[in-house]
Design a protein around this ligand. Structure first.
Ligand code: ADP
Ligand code: MG
Length: 564
């Protein structure tokens, strides 16, 4: 065909395709969920654009996703009547331009020989999962609002190039045709497709339809010449709009997975409806594990909290609706009273949104508190995964600082296990009478903290010290000076708590040591700020101490490493 144009995939996209074809072994069936989720996104986008321009859906207002197959031709087809793509969009979205997700996916896969195909959804490269089961993919698409003559046909065997061709398409939307690999017959069966849709895509909010069972296999019947009769096979409802007592745990977990960032069960969730001058629904989840991506250091991506307005998906608004330190939360906010034409810029200044955001933060903190109180094991799982992220809130969210601090857990000199299990409230409850300070030490590792000579005097006096060795701790402590009316104090700074007998002994020792101190000062000169007799040590002869406003030595080193 003279109008067919052949183009090269960008190098990184070609690499992704190579990995997808050769390294994703388990859970191959995930391709179907990925393609259905793209179709659903396309329907969401069209419904949203049609608010401003109702002409876009004129004559075909029922959005749906149709799955069909042909055993003889060995093809599986996923078709939607959503937004569709123009030629330029096809080029930008599938094939040519590598997305940030492409790079992160490659980095994540760098050391994997055989990987779980479910990973792919986390990186925004789900379309390519088609090549796990297909050796050729054809996409036919037409942008909503464009004339029939502006259809586009995209085709590729996934090996380095693809073709583009203009085609006449009677209807808007996108049809993806998978030409299945020789050994992937199992996906060309009615029951298999139904069970996959039920398992992975039940909570997609648009009807997913398949040809009625009889019509699909019966080639000779005269009536198959007509358009097939379709049957909806998913729940196709917006789960969060139902009352809580009508939703099972299984439904909640299924919906969580349909959000598409995690294939594990959620750890916990909170589902609420606020009625009043401003009504909204929140369904918020805590994952049980950090996403693969987060562990890879990918911090730029803030996805996973979807904003709906009266059940119409508007945008991913994690950044607008949640503070940074709660970025692990996933879910849905559905607001009744926001203007549907709201833009990201407007969202950032919207007063109503401030209320919704505050409500989200409260719900999430309530949820974590409930776990801490009632489900210690789940709380421990949560804390292992996200405790350090939560600590960022101490510096970020002044209004909730005390609530967040209450949720933190630390290692302690009263616990040899090195586990972070001691709450500030536990510490305060154990304080002997007369102690009014929460003591802590920061170091590069638990062992360094636990073995520090700074602790000798505290151990001798049986005063508990919290041991902090996470990277973020020093930064966090810069904003946490007080908790429960008690001062937090680094053992390396400030004065030890002394009783009268101690004081007398120390004065005596100081007198006796005067000549030694004078000699040390003259020897060390400029290299130290001061030389002092101290009650800090019981076994070691000397240690370095900090003036009240000095940085901890390992923190100073961190800053130097970071080039500050
Ligand atoms: P993601 O869905 O995370 O953006 P994908 O690799 O699944 O990543 O899809 C890439 C892009 O291709 C989508 O963002 C979208 O722009 C486009 N696309 C894929 N499938 C469709 C479809 N059925 N209709 C319209 N656009 C689509
Ligand atoms: Mg996708």
């Amino acid at each position: 065909n003279a109008t067919t144009e052949t183009r090269q995939f960008e190098a990184e996209v070609a690499q992704v395709l190579h990995l997808v074809t050769h390294s994703l072994y388990s859970h191959k069936e995930i391709f179907l969920r990925e393609l259905i989720s793209n179709a659903s996104d396309a329907c969401d986008k069209l419904r949203f654009e049609a608010i401003a321009d109702p002409q876009l859906t004129a004559g075909d207002g029922e959005l749906h996703i149709d799955i069909s197959w042909d055993k003889d031709a060995r093809t599986l087809t996923i078709a939607d009547n959503g937004i569709g793509m123009s030629r330029d969009e096809v080029i930008a979205n599938i094939g040519t331009i590598a997305s940030s997700g492409t790079r992160r996916f490659l980095a994540a896969m760098a050391n994997e020989q055989k990987a779980d195909a479910r990973l792919i959804g986390q990186f925004g490269v789900g379309f390519y999962s088609a090549y796990v089961v297909a050796d050729k993919v054809t996409v036919l698409t037409r942008r909503a609002g464009a004339p029939a003559s502006e259809g586009v046909k995209w085709e590729s065997d996934g090996k380095g190039e693809y073709t583009l061709e203009p085609v006449e398409l009677a209807a808007r939307g996108t049809t993806v045709v998978l030409h299945m690999k020789a050994d992937e017959d199992e996906f060309l069966a009615d029951w298999k497709l139904r069970s996959l849709i039920n398992r992975y895509s039940d909570h997609v909010a648009f009807p997913i339809r398949m040809p009625k069972e009889a019509a699909a296999t019966d080639d000779d019947a005269a009536d198959t010449a007509d358009a097939p009769e379709w049957e909806t096979i998913n729940a196709a409802s917006a789960l969060w709009t139902k009352p809580r007592n009508e939703i099972s745990d299984e439904d909640y977990q299924g919906f969580y997975k349909s959000l598409g960032h995690d294939f594990n069960d959620a750890l916990a969730w909170s589902h609420n409806r606020v009625e009043g001058s401003q009504s909204f629904t929140t369904l918020l989840y805590l994952p049980s594990q950090p996403p693969f991506d987060l562990m890879m250091g990918g911090r730029d991506e803030r996805k996973g909290l979807k904003l709906y307005i009266k059940r119409v998906f508007v945008m991913d608004a994690a950044e607008e609706l949640l503070p940074n330190y709660l970025r692990f939360v996933r879910g849905v906010i559905d607001a009744d009273d926001l203007p549907l034409n709201v833009s990201r810029e407007l969202l950032q200044q919207n007063r109503q949104l401030d209320r919704i955001k505050a409500a989200c933060v409260k719900r999430v903190l309530d949820l974590i508190e409930t776990l801490a109180r009632d489900e210690p094991e789940k709380f421990a799982t949560f804390y292992r995964a996200f405790g350090n992220t939560l600590k960022e809130g101490i510096g970020e969210d002044h209004a909730n600082r005390e609530r967040i601090a209450k949720l933190l857990r630390f290692a302690s000199t009263k616990d040899a296990s090195a586990k972070q299990v001691v709450a500030l409230d536990d510490y305060i409850a154990r304080m002997p009478e007369g102690q009014d300070t929460i003591w802590y030490i920061t170091a590069e590792s638990h062992a360094a903290a636990f073995g520090s000579p700074q602790l000798e005097a505290f151990k001798a006096k049986d005063i508990e010290v919290l041991l902090m060795s996470d990277r973020i701790d020093e930064w966090m402590l810069g904003s946490l000076h007080e908790y429960g009316g008690k001062k937090l104090q680094n053992v390396a700074k400030g004065e030890l708590p002394l009783d009268e007998a101690d004081k007398a002994r120390q004065d005596e020792a100081a007198k006796a040591a005067e000549p030694l101190v004078a000699r040390l000062k003259s020897l060390l000169g400029e290299r130290v700020g001061d030389v002092r007799v101290s009650a800090r040590l019981t076994d070691s002869p000397s240690c370095l101490a900090l003036a009240d406003f000095d940085m901890a030595p390992h923190f100073a080193r961190l800053l130097r490493e970071a080039g500050q």
